[in-house]
Design a protein around this ligand. Sequence first.
Ligand code: ADP
Ligand code: MG
Length: 925
Amino acid sequence: QIQRALRSLSIPLDRLHIMKSHMIQDMCKGLSRQTHTLANVRMLPTYICSTPNGTEKGNFLVVELCQNQVRTLLVTLYGDGNMSPQMLYKIFDLPESIMQGEGEALFDFIAQCLSQFLAETISPDANSSEERLPLGFVFPFSCKQTQLNKAELLSWSKGFSCSGVVGKDVVQLLQSAIDRKQVGSNEAGGHWLNPWRGWKSSQFTPGQLCRVDVVALMNDTVGTLMTCSMEGRPCEIAVVADKGSNCCFMAEAHLVEMAEETSGRMCVNTEWGCFGDDGILNDILTPYDVCVDEESSNPGEKRFEKMVGSLYLGEIVRHALIALTSEKAIFTGTDIAVLKEKGVFTIQHVLDIINNEEGTTEVRRVLEALGLQPNERDCGRVQQVCRAVMGRAASLYATGLAAILSYMRQTREMETLLVNVGVEGELYTGYPRFEEILQSVSRLLSPECMATLLPSRDGSGRGAAMVTAVALRLAAQRLQVAEVLSPLRLSHADLEKVQALMRQEMDRGLDKNTNANASVRMLPTYVSHTPDGTERGDFLALDLGGTNFRVLVVHVTEAGISMASEIYVIPAAIMQGTGEGLFNHIIDCIMDFQKKQNLMTETLPLGFTFSFPCQQVGLDKALLLTWTKGFTASGCVGQDVVQLLRDAAQRKQHSGLKVVALVNDTVGTMMACGYDDPKCEIGLIVGTGTNACYMEEMRNVGTVEGDQGRMCINMEWGAFGDNGCLDHLFTHFDRIVDETTINPGKQRFEKLISGMYLGEIVRQILLVMVEKQLLFQGKPCPKLQTRNIFQTKFLSTIELSNGLALRQIRAILQELELDASFEDSVLMREVCQAVSLRAAQLCAAGLAAVVEKMRENRGLDQLTVTVGVDGTLYKLHPCFSNNLQKTLKDLAPKCNVSFLLSEDGSGKGAALVAAVANRTATARQ
Ligand code: ADP
Ligand code: MG
């Protein structure tokens, strides 16, 4: 019989595996909005989104409502990694009449306790300061929490039944009671001696409670999690192995569907004690468990807790002993009537019995003290039963822990999870093998997870102070972050203003009289037709001014467009050397390409994509206005670029070159997309730089003779704002970025939008955030001082990562030698989002001005138009295009704008410009 009893108490490993899966299923059920109310494991959101990082400091007041007691606590944190908090506390007995009286009386009583406690502990000078004292409220009842400081009581338990509280916000009730206390506080300051400090309470002015703010409400479990987090060692799971059983952990916030928070993590109170209430544990229940449950005040509920909570372990042993006695396996012939009484066998008895390895003297002492008369064999068997019950409890804890570990690992998409687990409770402190079993069994069940167990100190009270401290730290931080980023946030009105300014500058650029001073140059391109699809022929194309210099051959045939190309490097020394050197190099590259492609003998028409601002005088005549994007080759500005190329060909004695058109890359993009979509009458680039072109009515182009038809206008909108009209938008960060470029004061619009600058803007913001101690806990990071270290492509990666993939951010940051915490990553993403959103919005405001002008030009109520787009930022950034299109809809609701991605616009476009020129020339003849 004894063997059978022991076997029924030991659960095989494969059964624990199944149980672990059930636990994970139930956790998911509890987290999902649809199934939350049906779930046994409730997974309650706590609105605690951060663990302490050791920088918390200040005084924090805690009040904890317990069975028959109100505990008050004053914790002083020193920002020293939470190594040595100072704590003062006082415990007040709570009369039964109050536990069952009116709600208001209960909260008044709590306020009274606080008032008295403060009178005894706070020194007069602290009291006279203006500082508000934050308070954490430990309220261990079932609540519907909607904020850290907002929680409706769902139901009382633990002997409480105060009227008028269920359904109300208990934070508000406590705060009101505290505020009431302030008025009648005069009589509260009696004359008596302070036991700690030795000064009279009458020495300070009463009314100190008026400066107490209830900042956070929490369940007691959360406290454990919070006390185990030290500097550089966050604790993300807490297990309470006490009278009751519970666990909380940091879950990915977007999975906690009951809370609105979607970014970062949130502590979830699992309430796992109710696991098994649907019968899922029935096959492992022993007859002893069934008896314990039946005799409890809540039969059928908290099945898991009743197998592991120390309130029940003695009871399980008691029922096992009763059963074994009736089977005559123990205590034969002696009276065991004492065992019939519920609760006589306590956890302390169990611990005393099993913690004694040497012989049975201690077992005998315990049993005899209970009034039993054990023989030697009885002592041994009782000890075996106790060990089995305790071992089972520890294994079940390990199974629950393993479920949490695996769930965390899966949802964080990690190969292996390393995590700290805070443990608290009398099972952990009183039963030496508990830790060992918890560790080894959870390891067996979740081999990919590595949990480090940490003892919690002073549990819920100190934890509550930590929660309060963290809440305040975060609130202060949120405020500061919002402040830093606020200049980057643009309102609808701001964007409308940008749109209006862009429109104004466009008009000034088109007008012959104001063109010279306009920041948007509105350069004529002499391209007057978009493709119609009938273009044919073979063409050479050059692409200069993008990331790569390329030479291409393009075949435009009935079957479509095909091409071959070669990338050539332009060394920095040549970019910044002389014009002759630059164009010589270009001719060398062309000759090399022609050799490789066997094109030496042919003279193909060449289209030259030249992505710099030019004053075009004809399709094949264009004066360079200024270099941008890092080019500074001398002797070129003011010169005809086509002529510079022809001169170089002559110097190199290359006669087979026929340059027919010089094309801006925006125009190339528009033309390339226009070949596929005739509605494409706008070209947009958002890559290294940004620019746009569109088809304008000749009658509006004051800088070119003639009023008939249309001409493509290269806006050169990157320079928008160079006349100071956007100064109100530039932030401190933009100004620093501008100052460190090779063209300060120039291309101001571009510097808010394009790939060459966004990373730098982010870097400048991060530097300020480090300085303000909002990032990396204020630790200096020298690497971040390096220019261009934060690349624009990082914005794409960082913003792409939702709650799941934040570790990618950390990988990037590690590359930068930045040791980012999880919260640093979340903050960094916010910075990137602010910068890229602003860029997209400004770009949209510019486009809105363009499409609205086209709509007006054509006298349409509704304009349908396509924008051909090129540029890696637009193409690869995960949110840029969406943000751009959404903002454009807002700003230009009467325009129906589609976007078409250009594939190799520069090469294809240059060839098409040459081809269209060819076609229209032929048509004219
Ligand atoms: P260009 O405009 O010079 O012709 P691209 O259109 O390829 O060249 O744009 C290059 C720019 O795109 C780079 O300056 C870089 O800042 C940016 N970029 C590169 N990769 C990404 C990415 N994954 N996400 C966002 N921007 C990127
Ligand atoms: Mg390009």
